[in-house]
Design a protein around this ligand. Structure first.
Ligand code: ADP
Ligand code: MG
Ligand code: MG
Length: 481
C-alpha cells in the first residue's frame, strides 16, 4: 500500500505539540553542531565558526524496496561508468558537439584529447560516484535516476552523521521502536577506504593525498570528515588541501611524471573543486588541471571519468542499445535501464527536432539541463519553452539535454535551518536519495567495485532544486517503509 500513495505517511504522527517541537528542535540543533553535521555560513562567513547544516527533524519515509534496488544497481552503474570512461571513441563522439558549443565542456574535452594523444602516465582511475534518485509517483513510486556524479560527490562525510541525528530525535520523542527503520550508513568510511586503496596501488609510503578545494569552502565539515577519516585509517599519510590557483604556482612534474606539491609527492588527487567554470578563474587553472592529468598521481576523477559523468553522456546512455555496449549481463542491463527516465538529445537531427517540439508543446513535463554540476543550472516549467525558443536554431542547443520531469511523492515534515524559527512549520517536502559507489580500475580491468552508503536530501515540494547551501534543501535520513 505504502508504495503506491502520492503522499507518504510520516514516520511518526505529526504535528508535534509546540512545546515538544521547540524543545526537540533546540536539542537537535546542538546535537548537529556538536557532531559536525554543520557547514560554514554564507551570510556570516568565518573560518573560525560553523553552523549546523539545514536538516529534516523527523527522518523522511522512503520505499524500502526502492532503496535496496538503488543499492544493488550501484555495482552495475560503477561497472558501466568505468567502461564508459574507457571508451574514447564513445566519449569523444558523444561530447563533440557539446564541446564545440560549451566552452567549459570544450576545455575538459581538450584535456582529454591531449592526454589520449600523449598517452596516460597513470592507468588506474579512482571513481567515488554518487547516483541520485527520486521516487516517481506516476510510476508507482519507482525510483528514477536524476543524475550520476563522478566528480566531487559530496555529503558522505556529514550524511554519515544524519542517521545518528535522526535516531536521537526519534528516541527523544519516545519512538524507540522506529529506529530500526533507519538503515546503517558507512558512506564516509567506504569512500575513504577507496582513497586509501588507490594510495596503496600508487605504492609509495611517503606519498600524500591531495584535495583540490574551492577558494572558499562552505561544506568544510564534509571535507574535513574525509580528511580526518583518512588520518584515522592511516595516521602517517599526509593530506594536503590546495585550490586550483595554488596548484598553478606550487605544482611540479618530475621527469618521471611524479606530481610534487611543496616537496610532497602526490599519490591521489581528490577533486572537491574543478567541476564548474568559476573554479577556473583564468587559463592558468586549466593548465594546472592539465598538469595534474599528465602526472602519474591517481586522479579522482580522471578526466575520462569526469567526462563520463556529464549530462550528455547520461542522455546518450539512455538511447536504445547503448547500455548493452558497456554491460554484458542481461540482469544488470535490465536493472540499469529500469532506473532511467526519458532523456532526449537536442542534436540537429530527427530525434533532436522531435525533442524540441515536445518541449515547446508541454514544457512543464521536462527539465532542461546544460553540461554543469553543482546545482542551480537547470531550467524548469515555462522557462523551458522560453529557453528552447531562444536556442532552437543555434548550435548551443547541442550542449543541453532534455529530461522527463520526475514527480516525487510528498512528505510532511519539519525543516530546521540556521536563523529559522524556534518552532518550524510543518511543510510539504520531496526527497532525493544518493547512493555512493567506489570503483577502481584501469583500461583492462576493475579491481574494486563497491556500494558504500547513502545520503538523503529533502527540499520544499514547490522548489525546483534543493541546494542545501542555497537554502531550500536540507539533509535527512531515509526512514524505510
Ligand atoms: P547537478 O549536477 O547540478 O546537481 P542535477 O541533474 O542533479 O544537476 O539537477 C539538480 C537538481 O534539480 C536535482 O537535485 C533535482 O532536485 C532537480 N532535478 C534534476 N533533474 C530532475 C528531473 N528530471 N525531475 C525533477 N527534478 C529534477
Ligand atoms: Mg551533479
Ligand atoms: Mg545533482
Amino acid at each position: 500500500m505504502a508504495n503506491f500513495v502520492h503522499k507518504f505517511q510520516s514516520a511518526i504522527p505529526l504535528p508535534l505539540t509546540d512545546v515538544v517541537l521547540k524543545d526537540v528542535v533546540k536539542k537537535a540543533k546542538d546535537w548537529a553542531i556538536m557532531h559536525g553535521a554543520a557547514m560554514r555560513s554564507k551570510t556570516k562567513f568565518s573560518e573560525d565558526s560553523i553552523q549546523f547544516a539545514p536538516f529534516v527533524l523527523i527522518p523522511s519515509p522512503f520505499p524500502k524496496k526502492e532503496f535496496y534496488k538503488a543499492i544493488e544497481v550501484q555495482l552495475f552503474l560503477n561497472e558501466m561508468m568505468h567502461w564508459v570512461a574507457h571508451n574514447p571513441e564513445f566519449l569523444l563522439n558523444c561530447l563533440k558537439d557539446a564541446a564545440l558549443s560549451d566552452e567549459f565542456t570544450g576545455n575538459l574535452y581538450k584535456i582529454y584529447r591531449t592526454i589520449l594523444e600523449e598517452g596516460v602516465a597513470q592507468n588506474v582511475s579512482l571513481g567515488l560516484l554518487r547516483s541520485d534518485y527520486m521516487a516517481h509517483k506516476d510510476a508507482g513510486n519507482r525510483i528514477n535516476q536524476v543524475e550520476l556524479n563522478t566528480i566531487a560527490s559530496s555529503f558522505a562525510g556529514i550524511a554519515s552523521q544524519f542517521k545518528s541525528l535522526n535516531r536521537f530525535v526519534l528516541e527523544e520523542l519516545g519512538h524507540f521502536d522506529k529506529v530500526d527503520n533507519l538503515p546503517d550508513n558507512n558512506a564516509l568510511n567506504g569512500l575513504c577506504e577507496g582513497m586509501l586503496e588507490a594510495w596503496k596501488i600508487y605504492g609509495k609510503q611517503d606519498a600524500s593525498i591531495l584535495f583540490i578545494v574551492e577558494d572558499i569552502t562552505y561544506n568544510i565539515c564534509d571535507q574535513r570528515f574525509h580528511e580526518f577519516e583518512l588520518k584515522k585509517l592511516h595516521p602517517k599519510m599526509k593530506v594536503l588541501r590546495r585550490t586550483l590557483t595554488q596548484i598553478v604556482s606550487q605544482a611540479e612534474l618530475t621527469d618521471k611524471k611524479e606530481l610534487i606539491i611543496d616537496n610532497h609527492e602526490v599519490a591521489v588527487i581528490y577533486f572537491r573543486a574543478g567541476y564548474e567554470p568559476g573554479h577556473y578563474p583564468s587559463q592558468k587553472e586549466w593548465e594546472a588541471r592539465l598538469l595534474m592529468e599528465r602526472s602519474k598521481a591517481i586522479k579522482c576523477p580522471s578526466i575520462q571519468y569526469h567526462l563520463a559523468g556529464t549530462k550528455k553522456v547520461q542522455q546518450e546512455l539512455a538511447r536504445t542499445g547503448v547500455v548493452e555496449m558497456f554491460l554484458s549481463d542481461s540482469y544488470k542491463i535490465d536493472a540499469v535501464k529500469e532506473i532511467f527516465t526519458g532523456l532526449y538529445s537536442l542534436d540537429f537531427d530527427e530525434s533532436g527536432n522531435k525533442a524540441v517540439q515536445m518541449a515547446l508543446d508541454s514544457p512543464e513535463r521536462f527539465v532542461l539541463k546544460p553540461q554543469r554540476e553543482g546545482g542551480g543550472n537547470n531550467v524548469y516549467g515555462v522557462d523551458v519553452k522560453e529557453a528552447i525558443l531562444q536556442m532552437k536554431d543555434k548550435h548551443e542547443r547541442t550542449a543541453w539535454i532534455l529530461m522527463d520531469r520526475i514527480n516525487p511523492p510528498i512528505i510532511s515534515g519539519y525543516m530546521v535551518r540556521p536563523e529559522g524559527p524556534d518552532k518550524p512549520d510543518l511543510v510539504d517536502m520531496v526527497s532525493e536519495l544518493g547512493i555512493f559507489g567506489v570503483v577502481i580500475g584501469d583500461p583492462k580491468s576493475i579491481m574494486v567495485n563497491r556500494q558504500v552508503g547513502h545520503m538523503l536530501r529533502t527540499k520544499i515540494s514547490t522548489a525546483n532544486e534543493g541546494g542545501v547551501a542555497a537554502g531550500l534543501g536540507a539533509l535527512d535520513s531515509p526512514y524505510l517503509i
